[in-house]
Design a protein around this ligand. Sequence first.
Ligand code: ATP
Ligand code: AMO
Length: 462
Amino acid sequence: RKRTDIATLSAKNDSEHVLIRARIQTSRLQGNRMVFLNLRQRTDTIQAMLAVTDKQVSKQMVKWAAGLSDESIVIIFGIVVKSPEQIKSCSVDDVEIHVSELWLVAGVEGRLPFSLEDASRSENAPEVEGQFSRVLLDTRLNNRIIDLRTQTNQAIFKLQHAIGDLFREYLNNNGFTEIHSPKLQGAATESGASVFKVGYFKGNAFLAQSPQLAKQMAIAADFERVYEIGPVFRAEDSNTHRHLTEFIGLDLEMTIEEHYHEVKELLDGMFKTIFKGLKESYAKEIAVVGKQFEAEEFKWREETLTLTFKEAVDLLVEDGVEREVLDDINTENEKRLGRLVKAKYDTDYFIIDKFPLELRPFYTMPDPNDPTLTNSYDFFMRGEEILSGAQRIHDPEFLCQQMRAKGVDPESMKGYIDGFRMGCPPHGGGGIGLERVLMLFLKLNNIRRASLFPRDPKRLEP
Ligand code: ATP
Ligand code: AMO
């Protein structure tokens, strides 16, 4: 017999026989002759009833069914019956199943760490003593498998998948080739970020802090336009809401014909396509997440706002921040800038261009019109950085000079520099943190919620 998806059932299936495999979300015994099961398949729920009024159902069977643990997986056989009133606790709310046969497929050992009902409540719901307890993030992450079963998490990770998919599709349509660069490295790959050292036979290796060098080498190898979706490792003891020690990098690199704005414009077009794709094709998932994490809808403008670093600093100074502390814009001022931009330009998405040379890595191309600045940009969502990128230096001598100026020994990166000695076209690119985009689009407030099994300085399990 073929299994039925709960989501496909409605009053038009009245009187049909169905076979369903699902989890018991909750169960409620009424007297000792009837049990109501709230059955769930992923994000859909339906009510099932076992009653001794059915010839095939005995009192023992009702008792046994009522004793099955929440989250057990069962198969039921029964008949679809139009429900006399709307079943408020279920997503399929106009029919229920009258069960005649029930089998246990997989049981649950011990007690669940928390109920899915508690884990699914709005983050803003006031806690009422004796009624429910809030499930804290650490408890969720310690019991991530159960936590991931909530409707909200099912939707969050559908959306994570969608962002990767839209990124890939946009770049495929624009002549890019997907590459896979090694994560085991002989030396550091990203200046500034700290590196994890791992044992490698009799010596050591390092985990890649970004595919930066590899993607540039692919350009030197005439790949023209490349992208990668892969893990990025950062050994930073940053216990913040937006830093992980392992995250998924969406990286791209492309040749430049005339001006680095070509890269910036492509990246901008890509982000707008991703936002539009999410909004148009994943409205249901966004709404589901919105019930638990209430947020103003993410807004962007057809014509993206771009500020120079100097204009961004001026906005903050006008708002009362002291210019002296703005050599770099820290997280707090970044968020403040986001609020100012939102109030003035009504957008949650904007670009800052032309960062000072001293703030950028050695491979960044200085601005030909002002060598204290660079052809580099960061992209922001709700006032937080989601992308960093730039035009790169493609002249080997100039690159060595910039490395020395930043305290990097060119000898330690000989293979990389040799790539430029064999001729490399002008190029630029950017790197995006997937979990940050997801966190900020949905306003999840903590990056760990946007990572399936997050890794941070204090967490390596599960
Ligand atoms: P980001 O993408 O957030 O800029 P990054 O890897 O470039 O990450 P930094 O530029 O070193 O990191 O840090 C950015 C901001 O993150 C800092 O201004 C600081 O506010 C915050 N931050 C970084 N590390 C820590 C930490 N250990 N504790 C608190 N805040 C931190
Ligand atoms: P950067 O170091 O700024 O640039 O990283 C690029 C993007 O990656 C994300 N990100 C993080 N996400 C989670 N946890 C972290 N610890 C973390 N650190 C960074 C952010 C950030 O914008 N090679 C350059 C990119 C380039 O120029 O192409 C780089 O890695 O979203």
